[in-house]
Structure formats: structure tokens, C-alpha cells
Design a protein around this ligand. Structure first.
Ligand code: GDP
Ligand code: MG
Length: 198
């Protein structure tokens, strides 16, 4: 459990808005350990691969976007989930490959869930205050749809342990993931808490 890993990508808007330090600080201060990190410019092909790791992503995202329009009393641009998610995916490819991003792997107990909590809900308009997307973004599906682009939500974070494994395999080579002891591990995990008092 203590070595659960999750994959995070600070998207191009995070770099352009000089929020890299701020975002990483939020993950770091939770106690999670950074075990890999790099700056890259993703190719469109890699972004497509990233979103096709889950064969159900197209269908699920399509259904979600259509349901989102209906909930808001709006007419969806299409009734076909795959057509709907194809629009989302094409916009994501353009967004995520437009410039440098920072990819990192965070390790620690419940890392997937903890990071998702810190990142907040997908649409910045409704992400909770106190989360990264809630605090630093003013975007919405409504505006991004009108402008025909992906919603600028600063960060990607794996949604499950399984998703994290696949994403880590896609973006990192084995030798880029560093196994090391962090001083902090003791106060987080050591059941005996020996060695504090002199
Ligand atoms: P995440 O894990 O919170 O990033 O959300 P998902 O995995 O469901 O979706 C991946 C990305 O697709 C999101 O970060 C958004 O850019 C986009 N997306 C997801 N759902 C919607 C939606 O309902 N409308 C629009 N416009 N984009 C969406
Ligand atoms: Mg996701």
C-alpha cells in the first residue's frame, strides 16, 4: 500500500501560468514522495495514446459530455457518444501538445485518491474551493465549448491504480523511476516512532 503510485501531468497552462511550483508544493506537502519527474513536449500521438489506454474512455466520456449538456438544459451537439468524445479528444490533443508539460510520479499510501482530492473535479467552474482546479482556474465547459477548445484545467491525475500503472508505463521508462528512502517516510509510516527523543 505504501508504494502505491500515481501519474500527474501539469498541463501546458500550468507551465504558462507559472504554477508549477505551487502545484507540486501541494502534492509534496501531503507527504507523497516524488519518485520521477521530467519536462517534455508531448506529441499529439502520445496524447491520443494516453486517452486510449482505457478502451472505455471514448464511450464513457461521450456519455458524460452528453449528460452534461442535458443536465444544463442544453442541446448536445451530437447524440452519438463516440462523436462527442472525438471532439473532446481532438481538443485535448491540441491543448496537451501545444507546449511543455511536467510529468511526475507520486508515491505513497492512497496516492491515487489523495492526488485526485487535491486536484479537484474535472470542470473548474464546479471544482471545490481549496483544490488546484478550484483555486487557480476560471474555465467552464460552456466557455471551452463556445471557443471550440479543451477545458483548461491545469492538471491530469490518474483516476485509479490501474489507470496509473498504464499511464506510468506510457510516459516513463523503468530507469526514470527512482527508488529511494525519504526522511519523512518514518514519521508517516513507522509504527514504533523510535529515534525521535534523544
Ligand atoms: P479527469 O480525470 O478529471 O481529467 O477527467 P476525465 O478523465 O473524465 O476526462 C479527461 C479530460 O477530458 C478532462 O480533463 C477534460 O479536458 C475532458 N472532459 C471530460 N469530460 C468532459 C466534458 O463533459 N466536457 C468537456 N468539454 N470536456 C470534458
Ligand atoms: Mg481521467
Amino acid at each position: 500500500m505504501k508504494t502505491e503510485k500515481t501519474f500527474v501531468m501539469i498541463k501546458p497552462d500550468g507551465i504558462q501560468r507559472s504554477l508549477v511550483g505551487e502545484i507540486i508544493e501541494r502534492f509534496e506537502r501531503s507527504g507523497l514522495k516524488i519518485v520521477a519527474m521530467k519536462m517534455i513536449v508531448p506529441s499529439g500521438e502520445m496524447v491520443r495514446k494516453h486517452y486510449s489506454l482505457d478502451p472505455e474512455w471514448m464511450r464513457k466520456t461521450g456519455e458524460k459530455t452528453i449528460a452534461g449538456y442535458i443536465k444544463k438544459g442544453l442541446k448536445p451537439p451530437t447524440d452519438d457518444p463516440i462523436e462527442s468524445s472525438t471532439i473532446v479528444l481532438n481538443n485535448l490533443v491540441k491543448y496537451m501538445s501545444c507546449g511543455p508539460v511536467v510529468a511526475l510520479i507520486l508515491q505513497g499510501v492512497h496516492s491515487v485518491g489523495i492526488v485526485r482530492k487535491l486536484v479537484g473535479g474535472t470542470e473548474p467552474l464546479t471544482s471545490d474551493v481549496g483544490t488546484i482546479r478550484g483555486d487557480y482556474v476560471l474555465d467552464s465547459y460552456q466557455l471551452s465549448d463556445i471557443d471550440g477548445r479543451a477545458v483548461r484545467n491545469l492538471v491530469h491525475a490518474s483516476g485509479s491504480v490501474e489507470e496509473a500503472k498504464n499511464e506510468i508505463n506510457l510516459w516513463f521508462k523503468d530507469h526514470e523511476v527512482i527508488k529511494y528512502r525519504h526522511i519523512q517516510d518514518e514519521i508517516l509510516y513507522d509504527a514504533d516512532l523510535k529515534g525521535i527523543l534523544e
